[in-house]
Design a protein around this ligand. Sequence first.
Ligand code: G3P
Length: 220
Amino acid sequence: MGIMKIFIDSADLNEIKEAVSIGVIDGCTTNPSLLAKVGRKIETAIPEICEIVDGPVSAEVVAVECNEIVDEGRKLAKLHKNVVVKVPLIVEGLKAVRIFTKEGIKTNVTLCFSANQALLAAKAGATYISPFIGRLDDTSHEGMPLIEDIVRIYDNYDLETQVLTASVRNPTHVVQAALAGSHCATLPFSIIKQLLKHPLTDSGLAQFLADHKKAAAAAK
Ligand code: G3P
């Protein structure tokens, strides 16, 4: 399956651009809250994000009834070839996912909090399942074992649905997701930056540069 894919969880064009420039971003996920945060409408923001990110870009429906989800999702899918329609993990959502799957529209089933929900989403043909780890942690229920369970269940049956670890709150979540074999993780920009940071890297580099300067000045 290759190395764990890293998506940016954001609708902020500036931070998406900055993250993409590092060269480690494989896709992007958005949701209504992230769009509200930057004051953008989905119809105009998603095509702009797709111009920056060369990979899957999740755009979430706000309808909650199957036919309405399908109408909304079809419109979102037409915005750009890289759009993945994000659908909530409810009965009507899974009915819509089955239809999208038949039509070849990719889906990201979101707001997953249990392995049984993930099992049913895979049966409906979801391209991605998004278990929300941080929000489980918030309820004093450790989130990461859910990722391990879903990865194992999908492996048991060779299911093609990819586990997209979401609601990531710290760098440890990212390590744990990779150890569990999560196919992808979506990270806020702040976490992407934290992944790169280590104080020993900074102090080590400062020492190397200082020694080089000293040696260059002394060398004949
Ligand atoms: O993309 C949805 C998910 O990552 C939300 O995260 O921090 O709002 O729980 P959070």
